[in-house]
Design a protein around this ligand. Structure first.
Ligand code: PGA
Length: 251
């Protein structure tokens, strides 16, 4: 089980320090659940110092696929590694929709992240129109296959996927347990096909989209749901800790 908080573009340095301290004390010992928080780039260094020794890991929300050089405004995998990141969220639907990221671009970033031993959290998910048209399974299948094109891993722990239906992100409208279970089963089949059964069966597939302390336990107890990617509720230490507790209860 992995519970990762995606802070998005929220919290300046002082607020990030405060929330990180709050999360560390509200969660206590995270084990046996893997817990991570993913603050904005400028908060990473300070966050890492506060997380030190807590057992809670850190991730970034994006990165550039190139090594270094003339890419004004971008951040490399090596930089994320150097500042203490374990994870990096790639291909979040906000990146895809607002910043035009493509599956091919996500695959380049995923390959680069692995080169620096970061664990990519690769996000996929259909829009409401795609679901209403009955295309959700094929859309997500192409996203998974194309976003992971050329990606090689040697162990399940080297890659995480997150299923985040676009219509459930930040809307308060969660996908039903049955919808989640169905899609996670589909994604499981695809990763077993891509990486072999032995590795594919152990890859964590997170659900994201309006997870909160009230619905987390039901979602996490579903087949092939191995944790959550939490947006809004991760900005509150008590709520985030309650979601981690829900993961512990079904682990
Ligand atoms: P939400 O966001 O929990 O606020 O719906 C999830 C995400 O975008 O990762």
């Amino acid at each position: 089980m992995l519970v990762a908080g995606n802070w998005k573009m929220n919290l300046d340095l002082a607020a990030a320090r405060q929330l990180t301290s709050g999360v560390v004390s509200a969660i206590g010992d995270p084990s046996p659940v893997d817990v991570a928080i993913c603050p904005p780039f400028v908060d990473l260094d300070a966050t890492f110092s506060i997380l030190h020794g807590s057992g809670i890991r850190m991730g970034a929300q994006n990165m550039h696929a190139s090594e270094s050089g003339a890419f004004t405004g971008e951040i490399s995998a090596a930089m994320l590694r150097a500042v203490g990141c374990h994870y990096v969220i790639l291909g979040h639907s906000e990146r895809r929709q607002i910043f035009g990221e493509t599956n091919a671009g996500v695959s380049e970033k995923t390959i680069q992240a692995r080169k620096y031993r970061l664990v990519p959290i690769v996000c996929v998910g259909e829009s409401l129109d795609e679901r209403n048209a009955g295309d959700h399974e094929s859309v997500v299948e192409s996203q998974v296959r194309e976003s992971l094109e050329g990606v090689a891993i040697e162990a399940s722990s080297e890659l995480v996927l997150a299923y985040e239906p676009v219509w459930a992100i930040g809307t308060g409208q969660t996908a039903s347990g049955d919808q989640v279970e169905e899609m996670h089963g589909h994604i499981r089949d695809i990763v077993e096909d891509l990486f072999g059964k032995e590795i594919g069966v152990g890859i964590a597939i997170l659900y994201g989209g309006s997870v909160n302390p009230g619905n987390a336990q039901d979602l996490f107890s579903r087949e092939d749901v191995n944790g959550g990617l939490i947006g809004g509720a991760s900005l509150n230490a008590e709520k985030f800790a309650a979601i981690v507790a829900a993961a512990k209860s079904v682990q």
